[in-house]
Every structure is written in structure tokens, then in C-alpha cells.
Write a new protein. Structure first.
Length: 96
């Protein structure tokens, strides 16, 4: 079986800025690397946002059972991700 140190997931409309020094290899805890986007004044769209670019260990990804298959199209998957990270005690802070 393949074993990954870090799993990185992203919303298609958010990427780290070139030269921002984002470290995709450090994923001891689930970390939101990119949530601020220009159309929101370089702020997260809302305080409890868990979208953007997120890294986590394979153990954390398995603990939350990855992304739900209940979502199709745009919206909701990042809120569900935040909820499940919280349910598993994997949230270390908030941005609001």
C-alpha cells in the first residue's frame, strides 16, 4: 500500500501565491495553507472557513474518512470538512 506523509487538498479557486513560502511537507496537524482570496479583501470568506488549501497527515485523512461523497458541484464540502475535523478533535484553532 502507498503511504503518504502529507495529503494536500484544495478548492479550485484558491491556490497559494507564488513566492508565499507555503510548506506542503509539514502536516503534523491539519493546516489551512490558503484561505484568503482577493475578492474578499485577502481575508477568509467567513470566520469558520475550512476551504482553500489544507494539508493533513494520512492518519487524519483516514480518521475523518476523507471527503464525503454526498456533495456534487459547488459548496458545502469545506464546511463538512471543518465539522468532521472538529468531531475528531483535530482542530487546533479558528480564524475568526
Amino acid at each position: 500500500p502507498r503511504v503518504f506523509k502529507c495529503i494536500a487538498i484544495q478548492d479550485l479557486d484558491t491556490l497559494p501565491e507564488v513566492g508565499s513560502g507555503v510548506d506542503f511537507s509539514d502536516c503534523e496537524i491539519p493546516t489551512q495553507l490558503s484561505s484568503e482570496i482577493e475578492c474578499y479583501g485577502w481575508l477568509p470568506p467567513y470566520a469558520l472557513n475550512a476551504g482553500g488549501v489544507v494539508t493533513m497527515s494520512e492518519d487524519a485523512w483516514l480518521a475523518i474518512n476523507g471527503f464525503s461523497n454526498d456533495y456534487e458541484g459547488w459548496g458545502g464540502e469545506d464546511d463538512d470538512l471543518r465539522f468532521r475535523l472538529g468531531q475528531m478533535g483535530l482542530l487546533q484553532g479558528t480564524c475568526g
